[in-house]
Design a protein around this ligand. Structure first.
Ligand code: MG
Length: 497
């Protein structure tokens, strides 16, 4: 007879709310995964989850760069509301995701969840680590407070045994710190051992939660596949796609480790696993950056390649396998998790919807629009583009250095800010690559669509209350994380001895 305890444990946990694991890749493009059509990526774990779960064709991140995108994911709100604009946080940033914003972790704490975060935070460090995840609803944190290229990396090892990181990364700031809860435990981080450390932590966290019969939330924000690429010994030289392929394989390997932990803990059938990426690929890194597939441009642009992301939801027994073409975004993750756990929604303006119907019933998404703000978000210019159902109107377009070096000149740094009146209109179903702007001679209802999108834009923007910019609070080098507080001369002395 099969042992009863996994079943009983499942029942106890079901009463307490399901486990939730959110994997967020970094700068991973729409075309980077095997299950999204990349011919040489090796992502067997992700491909398996995509085949047995729900794969999204029209899933968006709410911003085209890291900090605002992560703010949106954790709060269910456009980052303009929380003040995470323009651009991103730096090591010495004074600001962070405001502590009065309600994160997914904070919602779940109210439901008795244990919560942990791994990897890249990028929502502020601040004085004495004021803005770290442990102050935003996470019981535990092991990771790096910002992007792993935001510290000099030219002498660090990215691939064992001693392959130095490719490029220079950010100069004139402290070496990259690894933080546990609010304590710096390594500076600089050791790239080749970083992911195995995270994986062990994640496995322990899941097994511990299951043993204590606690519902759990794990937010695993991988550094992969952001520049500079790195990997541990198990993945170095193992892909057919070079350094980025190795890094991606290591991300896929983490997914495999955590799925195994869920199985070993007997909670796989009571856990929602969601995987997506924060923004499009950094095309300026050429083959060391990601790939947006058939989408136009990449990171830091409001073209599809900047914000449409691969996404997969997996929950055996609950989610039936298949592909959904429903419009959905990272803004929907908080409302969905709130619904699954029975948590009350925060009493603030939310921009997402509960996706339960899309996930469990093959139903329709309530999300009909997507608003695209640029990296340099300002009240003055507002949204650059609007998707309404299958149509997308660009009111402004602009290239970016981060999407430079592709043959498409619209993506490049010298594609300057351009206002479009009437807006450039695309049918994303007929033309997902945004190659062929429509005119009144192409479709009979052209004027109606333009007017409909204009109304959606006016309605949305009239209800947008911009939070005070946290990024414009500026930087103070004294706030950069340092393992030797009070040492001098900084930043060089901030190094483990
Ligand atoms: Mg990113």
């Amino acid at each position: 007879m099969a042992p009863l305890w996994p079943l009983l444990l499942g029942l106890v946990l079901a009463a307490a709310g399901p486990g939730v694991v959110v994997f967020l890749a970094d700068d991973l493009g729409y075309g980077d995964l095997g299950c999204f059509g990349h011919p040489s990526s090796r992502t067997p774990n992700l491909d398996r989850l995509a085949a047995a779960g729900r794969r999204f064709s029209d899933f968006y991140s709410a911003a085209s760069v890291c900090s605002p995108s992560r703010a949106a994911l954790l709060t269910g709100r456009y980052p303009t509301r929380s003040g995470v604009y323009p651009g991103v946080f730096y090591p010495g940033s004074r600001g962070g995701l405001p502590l009065n914003e309600t994160t997914i972790a904070e919602l779940l704490k109210q439901q008795g969840y244990v919560t942990a975060m791994l990897g890249k935070w990028h929502l502020g460090y601040g004085p004495n680590g004021t803005y770290l995840p442990i102050h935003q609803g996470f019981d535990e944190f092991l990771g790096v407070p910002y992007s792993h290229d935001m510290g000099p990396c030219q002498n660090l090892t990215c691939f064992p045994p001693d392959t130095k990181c490719y490029g220079m990364c950010e100069q004139g700031v402290v070496l990259l710190p690894l933080v546990k809860n609010n304590k710096i435990i390594q500076q600089p981080v050791d790239f080749p051992t970083l992911t195995p450390l995270y994986n062990r932590f994640a496995r322990d966290f899941i097994l511990r939660a299951a043993k204590q019969r606690k519902p759990f939330f794990l937010y695993y924000a991988s550094h992969h596949t952001h520049y500079p690429q790195f990997a541990s010994v198990d993945f170095t030289g193992k892909s057919n796609r070079g350094p980025l392929g190795d890094a991606l394989m290591e991300f896929d390997g983490s997914v495999g480790v955590i799925m195994k932990a869920l199985q070993d803990a007997g909670v796989e059938n009571n856990t929602l696993v969601f995987i997506t990426s924060d923004n499009g690929p950094e095309l300026m890194r050429r083959s060391r950056g990601g790939n947006a597939g058939l989408l136009k441009c990449g990171k830091a642009t409001t073209y599809e390649g900047g914000m449409r992301e691969p996404a997969v939801a997996y929950w055996p027994g609950r989610i039936t396998p298949g592909v959904t073409h429903e419009l959905a975004s990272t803004l929907d993750i908080l409302p969905t998790i709130a619904s699954l756990s029975g948590a009350k929604l925060p009493r603030v303006k939310l921009d997402g919807y509960d996706l339960s119907d899309v996930l469990f019933n093959n139903g329709k998404s309530k999300q009909k629009t997507m608003f695209y703000y640029p990296v340099g978000t300002s009240k003055k210019l507002g949204v650059f583009a609007v998707r309404y159902e299958q149509y997308k109107a660009h009111y402004f377009t602009e290239g970016s250095t981060l999407s430079d070096s592709t043959p498409d000149h619209d993506c490049n740094w010298n594609a300057l800010l351009t206002f479009h009146d009437p807006p450039l209109l695309f049918d994303l179903e007929a033309d997902p690559s945004e190659n062929y702007p429509l005119s009144s001679s192409d479709i009979p209802n052209y004027s109606w669509i333009i007017e409909q999108i204009r109304k959606e834009k006016v309605k949305f923007e009239s209800g947008m209350v911009f939070g005070e910019s946290q990024i414009e609070r500026g930087v103070d080098p004294a706030l950069e994380p340092c393992i030797n507080p009070g040492c001098s001369p900084r930043p060089g002395c901030c190094r483990q001895t």
